[in-house]
Design a protein around this ligand. Sequence first.
Ligand code: HEM
Ligand SMILES: Nc1ncnc2c1ncn2[C@@H]1O[C@H](COP(=O)(O)OP(=O)(O)OP(=O)(O)O)[C@@H](O)[C@H]1O
Ligand SMILES: [Mg+2]
Length: 394
Amino acid sequence: MPSELFEDMKRYVGFDSHDAQVLKGLLQPLSAALPSVVDRFYDAILNHPNARAVFGGSEASVSRLKASLLVWLTELFSGVYDEEYFARHSRIGRVHVQVELPQHYMFTAMTIVRLALIENLACQSPPNELAARSASLNKLLDLELAIMNQTYREDLVKRMQELERAEYEARISESEHLATIGQLAASLAHEIKNPLAGISGAIQVLGAGMDKNNPHKEIIAEALRQIDRLDAAVKDLLIYARPKPPERAVHDVGRIIEHCLMVLREEPSLQSVKVHYDGAGRGHAVHVDEAQLQQVLTNLFLNAAHACEDGGEIFCRVTRDSGATRIVVEDTGCGISPHQLAKVLEPFYTTKARGTGLGLSICKRIVDSHGGDLRIESQVGKGTRVTVELGGAA
Ligand code: HEM
Ligand SMILES: Nc1ncnc2c1ncn2[C@@H]1O[C@H](COP(=O)(O)OP(=O)(O)OP(=O)(O)O)[C@@H](O)[C@H]1O
Ligand SMILES: [Mg+2]
């Protein structure tokens, strides 16, 4: 295939054994001038800041290029333009991709080389031979340009494909990694769930047998709260690892919000913040999995409460706009930096000592599985607004 390309190009410009003979005969008259051609080639690069930048200040690279160019120029007049010649010259385009030479500089540099060679040829040739000599030289320089350009393009495409493959493989291994973590988490959570229920039951029995004034009653209550936390974390892990498709039905969005707030009434982190909800959304029908939407809102309220110092405020608003229902949970808490915002939806990303980092990734997945949209806007020191947008009741 490579030499086929070379032969094809030769045929197009009519480059034949006669041209080869003519060029071979030019080595002797031109060889003394070739170093000056190299200098002109290099001066043109030096005078052009963007072209010069390709060397990145590497003197070694400059002298290698000057030496390579002299060899290349000399070979132009070897008289043998076979498969090996093609293979040697095919390297140039590839090296140019490696050094990240913008493709157009090969054309401009070739013009400099061409002009310098033809000028020298004019000085060294009898007038009746100049036209034929220039024609043969021009054909070869065009072939060189075509080889350089073709191999540059092929290598560039190959490199881009390699990059794409590397990116694809990184994505696959990332998702395999997550799947493994998910399976591990699921089996661990499963193992923990039943003994936990047993412990909780046993402690409740102990507590029930205690006298009302027994000072150990508070310890029992605290132990039960800790067990509840553990139970919630285990449930999150299971939900994350084994997501269920939503069982959708028509529900009143206002009632779902009220139910969440009612369940969270005793939640310690919500005791020091003020929650504003004016009942908006009452009578608004949404087509959702009720338990899953409750879980989304519970996670959002808890995050909002955790972000607030004492005296913080949480606002829950509902709006309806051309069939879509928007539920907004906004807080006046610490906010999220842009750097963190890029990560908060990733599973296991948490900034909390006791967080699992699954809350928002579960929310996102639930909202996605309802064909909805979850958006987070935040300003450090001001607060955070999470918007859950759901389609209308279908
Ligand atoms: C007529 C146009 C050109 C020709 C014929 C040419 C020829 C060559 C050759 C023969 C090599 C050595 C390839 C090898 O290692 O096998 C090379 C390398 C290189 N070329 Fe070009 N070149 C051209 C244009 C340019 C231009 C315009 C620049 C910069 C603006 C450039 C920058 C380089 C660099 C940085 C290297 C690598 C040098 C090293 O570090 O070894 N080339 N070129
Ligand atoms: N309203 C908010 N204000 C400030 N930061 C927030 C808010 N919501 C989420 N974050 C940040 O995003 C991180 C991830 O939240 P996510 O709910 O996924 O996990 P978590 O709350 O840390 O743990 P859990 O799995 O227990 O919910 C939090 O650790 C926190 O840094
Ligand atoms: Mg959370």
